[in-house]
Design a protein around this ligand. Sequence first.
Ligand SMILES: [Zn+2]
Length: 172
Amino acid sequence: MNCFKADACSRRDIQRFVYSLKKKVGLENELYFPVIEFLENVLPMIIPDFNYEIVSEKEMGNKHGETYPSKNLIRIREDVYDRAVAGEGRDRLTVAHEIGHLFMHEDDCVALCRLEPDEKLKPFEDPEWQADCFGGELLASSYLIKGMRAWEVEERCGVSGAAARCQLKHCK
Ligand SMILES: [Zn+2]
């Protein structure tokens, strides 16, 4: 989805936003972010018409998740959901990524304007980069993991090794 551009949003902005969101629901000190409980129980409380759907692999194809911010709707592929429930880091991150789209982006084509043909997308204008950044920060918050080893972040935050290393890089 690289032909779309969102409002510029730095990693620092996203870190701050994630902290305020976690604080709002009293989860700011939890190392293991309960992303499924957040999806199922907390989001409907803070966004009254929020909905999520678990969609079969047959219907969803190779997409792991998708979000329609204007409808306050997140759809997660069934196998991804099941693995996220089981604690698989990569799938937990997929759910967190979709939650990022929900909070940060308007709808697919409405608010995200198409790029001019010769215009390059800066990372912080790329909605996918922003959602990845949000997801990583939600699950392994930089202010909580400072000084930890990658394996420790992986274990305690429930993220993949790659995500743990990536988050640690941004704590310095
Ligand atoms: Zn995305």
